[in-house]
Design a protein around this ligand. Structure first.
Ligand SMILES: NC(=O)c1ccc[n+]([C@@H]2O[C@H](COP(=O)([O-])OP(=O)(O)OC[C@H]3O[C@@H](n4cnc5c(N)ncnc54)[C@H](OP(=O)(O)O)[C@@H]3O)[C@@H](O)[C@H]2O)c1
Ligand SMILES: *[C@@H]1O[C@H](CO)[C@@H](O)[C@H](O)[C@H]1NC(C)=O
Ligand SMILES: *[C@@H]1O[C@H](CO)[C@@H](O)[C@H](O)[C@H]1NC(C)=O
Ligand SMILES: *[C@@H]1O[C@H](CO)[C@@H](O)[C@H](O)[C@H]1NC(C)=O
Ligand SMILES: *[C@@H]1O[C@H](CO)[C@@H](O)[C@H](O)[C@H]1NC(C)=O
Ligand SMILES: *[C@@H]1O[C@H](CO)[C@@H](O)[C@H](O)[C@H]1NC(C)=O
Length: 353
């Protein structure tokens, strides 16, 4: 009896929620499908982090005199990436929205006893294309070589918001801004690389790419917006681009290689707003990776000598793993590359202007 009443209440609440959301049934069904898929992918990835924890290691070596750019990084995984870059005596150029907060970091790291490396903070909102151009301009005025470009800044889920340039915010932040930044800084990366030690571009992607589809007809996913679908699309786009650009660079014989990384399922503010963190806030702190452990595969992709000459690869817990079959399509890679160049008015990718 109590069970029946319970079920009736749940069904009623669900119906009320559906009616109140005013979303078409098709969108609701698709939303439910993405919820299921994310639960599946997420659980599998958590298990993978546990099984592979032995391989998620890196030995730091000194890389004095080298320059790295990281987008975001005043908190979350990026903060721990910066810590390890400093320990390797690298000069870290942080592109972030809150310059004051970025400038405080160096003192904090020095207080933690890290004496090597340096930090240079330059304003960057990666979701705004003019900001990306200004950032790149400043970098070029100050530096002639960049050894590592770490495309880290990212957002997940959230409501439908369009940026100033008219793009959905996840697409714009996770993919488009980084595409432009890579285009603008490629000459500096090429200038820093040598045959023996190539420069590296590291895209912080995600296992969520598996659920991705590139919706060329509505790249913003404006019609029937589903946050999970837009996130997966942006992360899949990063991987398609990683593979395509690495091939281009190989043909050119440029001394630059590109990697995509899934950092693991990491307990950061990225999960603020998800049902899991809202309803069961303790779970992430218990079973997710720490930001430090999430930073390890990113540093591995930047610095590991084992990856020399092995660009175009996808790194999980410091191992090279396969990506979804859909991302292996060379036609799709090229289609997205052409499409993005057109969006950004780029005529010669990598020319830097
Ligand atoms: N956590 C995970 O489990 C997980 C799993 C797979 C992939 N990832 C990826 O890992 C990367 C880092 O995530 P996280 O977990 O460290 O998230 P986080 O703690 O939320 O940090 C995100 C960082 O991105 C920056 N950022 C966001 N929008 C920006 C913008 N428009 N311009 C400049 N910076 C911006 C944030 O800076 P502000 O302080 O200015 O907001 C912050 O530094 C993301 O690309 C994410 O997709 C994370
Ligand atoms: C991924 O890497 C390519 C270069 O390989 C870059 O152009 C692209 O913008 C990157 N994507 C993101 C969003 O990190
Ligand atoms: C995420 O939630 C935590 C805990 O409630 C809060 O301290 C933090 O400021 C939030 N971060 C963001 C970016 O909303
Ligand atoms: C992916 O491709 C491999 C080999 O090409 C094939 O064995 C596998 O079944 C495919 N997986 C999916 C999910 O289509
Ligand atoms: C991409 O653009 C190039 C140059 O314009 C063209 O030759 C190629 O066919 C295009 N590829 C796709 C998949 O559209
Ligand atoms: C690309 O060029 C078109 C027309 O020349 C212009 O309307 C648009 O704003 C430009 N887009 C960007 C991202 O610069």
């Amino acid at each position: 009896m109590i069970f029946l009443v319970g079920c009736t209440i749940i069904i009623l609440l669900t119906v009320v929620a559906i009616v109140r959301s005013k979303k078409p049934l098709k969108t609701l069904c698709k939303e439910a499908k993405y919820d299921l898929v994310y639960n599946y992918i997420g659980s599998r990835a958590i298990l993978q982090d546990i099984i592979m924890r032995g391989s998620n290691k890196i030995e730091l070596s000194l890389k004095s005199g080298k320059n790295a750019i990281i987008t975001g990084g005043t908190r979350g995984i990026g903060l721990e990436v910066i810590r390890m870059l400093l320990k390797s005596d690298i000069n870290v150029i942080i592109g972030c929205r809150n310059v004051k907060q970025g400038e405080l970091l160096l003192q904090n790291f020095r207080n933690d006893g890290i004496k090597s490396g340096n930090i240079d903070v330059i304003n960057l909102d990666i979701s705004v294309m003019d900001s990306v151009r200004n950032f790149a301009k400043t970098v070029k005025e100050k530096y002639s070589t960049i050894n590592y470009l770490i495309n880290n800044a990212g957002i997940m889920f959230g409501p439908y918001i369009e940026t100033r340039d008219g793009y959905e915010s996840q697409f714009s932040t996770n993919y488009l801004g980084h595409f432009l930044l890579t285009h603008l800084t490629l000459p500096l990366l090429k200038a820093a690389g040598t045959k023996e030690e190539k420069s590296r571009i590291v895209n912080v992607s995600s296992c969520a790419h598996i659920a991705g589809e590139i919706n060329f007809d509505d790249i913003n996913n404006r019609h029937g917006y589903i946050a999970g679908a837009a996130y997966a699309q942006s992360k899949m786009a990063q991987i398609l681009f990683t593979k395509y650009l690495d091939k281009l660079l190989q043909i050119e014989e440029a001394n630059v290689q590109v990697h995509a990384v899934h950092p693991g399922i990491v307990n950061t503010d990225l999960f603020n707003g998800t049902n899991l963190k809202k309803c069961m806030p303790l779970i992430p702190s218990l079973i997710f990776k720490s930001p430090l452990k999430g930073a390890v595969p990113i540093i591995y992709a930047c610095l590991s000598p084992y990856l020399e000459g092995k660009g175009g690869t996808y790194i999980v817990n410091c191992k090279v793993l396969a990506t979804s079959n859909a991302t292996d399509s060379e036609v799709l890679q090229e289609e997205l590359f052409n499409f993005t160049n057109k969006l950004l008015n780029i005529t010669a990718f990598g020319s830097g202007d």
